[in-house]
Design a protein around this ligand. Structure first.
Ligand SMILES: *[C@@H]1O[C@H](CO)[C@@H](O)[C@H](O)[C@H]1NC(C)=O
Ligand SMILES: *[C@@H]1O[C@H](CO)[C@@H](O)[C@H](O)[C@H]1NC(C)=O
Ligand SMILES: *[C@@H]1O[C@H](CO)[C@@H](O)[C@H](O)[C@H]1NC(C)=O
Length: 281
């Protein structure tokens, strides 16, 4: 190999390794994803930094702020239910170009209730699970349409009293509840935190009895507070009319009315699914 050929090869290799470094591109309003370094160590152990010409743009808002991404990124250090160590590895690359495959083909494995996700009735009702009330049966009309983003008082869980104080007008079908969880940045912490804010059983019951809300969204891994975990889920999912979206990313969004769009994967037989949700102004 001539020196110039060797130089070219080095450049090509460096180029191939550059892609992931751009994962760390962040904007001031959002913390960078965890576990993703600004630089990448090459096969020779040398550290290479991002080149300006091959850096994908990673955004939280699109269309000049009109479209707001309210789903969290999926990565190994995101929180996982009752785990201190995060989700762990969720992507593998069984077919890789570096090993002679024609293309890169990743595989993923993760609990269906990871990150921003949806619960189907089969999650807490075994007979619904057996009957097939999985995420593929969820009503896309409930998951898409006008929605209200509200701030919940930061000093309590969502009780009946708190629900009443929110004065959610009749006719409102979709509500995203922003809580202390967002202020605490809990979805950015690897360790699961049982002290997150969620619905208490009486808060869930109040919503069912006194509002027309069919889409309930919250900002940590469960809509139900840890202390009322199953009871509050049972209240919400019993009628099979209410859909629960959990782990929403509600940072830096103004409270108010939006159009929400949430699309779960069509996982037949699964009582949960990762879900991509956006708000449109
Ligand atoms: C994946 O494919 C790209 C080209 O699209 C290649 O540069 C890269 O080395 C491949 N990654 C692995 C791990 O094989
Ligand atoms: C390529 O294959 C080897 C041997 O199976 C494995 O150790 C290595 O991790 C693979 N590399 C990639 C990038 O998939
Ligand atoms: C909410 O409830 C959890 C237990 O489920 C508790 O640890 C936490 O302190 C409560 N949060 C507030 C703000 O009261």
């Amino acid at each position: 190999m001539t020196p110039s050929q060797s130089f070219l090869l080095t450049c090509a290799l460096a180029h191939a390794l550059l892609l992931p470094s751009a994962l760390a591109t962040s904007n001031a309003a959002y913390p960078p994803p965890y576990g993703l370094d600004q630089t990448l160590t090459s096969t020779t152990g040398a550290t290479i930094s991002a080149a300006d010409d091959l850096v994908p743009v990673r955004r939280e808002v699109y269309g000049g702020g009109r479209i707001i991404d309210i789903s969290h990124q999926y990565h190994s250090e995101m929180p996982s239910w009752e785990s201190d160590g995060g989700v762990g590895q969720l992507l593998w690359l069984p077919k890789s170009m570096k090993n002679g495959s024609l293309a890169n083909n990743s595989e993923m494995k993760l609990p269906t209730h990871t990150g921003t996700h949806v619960d189907a009735p089969g999650h807490v009702f075994d007979h619904y699970f057996d009957a097939g009330f999985d995420v593929d049966t969820l009503d896309l009309e409930v998951l898409n349409g006008p929605a209200l983003l509200v701030d919940v008082p930061r000093d309590q869980n969502i009780t009946a009293k708190v629900m009443k104080s929110l004065n959610i007008p009749k006719g409102v079908k979709r509500v995203l509840f922003r809580t202390l969880n967002t202020d605490r940045g809990l979805m950015y912490n690897k360790a699961f935190d049982t002290s997150y804010v969620g619905f208490m059983k009486d808060g869930a019951q109040w919503l069912v009895d006194n509002t027309d809300v069919k889409l309930v969204g919250t900002d940590y891994l469960s809509v139900a507070a840890f202390d009322d975990l199953i009871p509050a889920h049972l209240v919400f999912l019993k009628s099979r009319e209410i859909i629960l979206v959990e782990g929403l990313k509600l940072d830096d969004v103004k409270a108010g009315i939006y159009s929400v769009h949430c699309l779960p994967l069509r996982l037949v037989g699964a009582e949960g699914s990762p879900i991509r949700c956006i708000l449109i102004k």
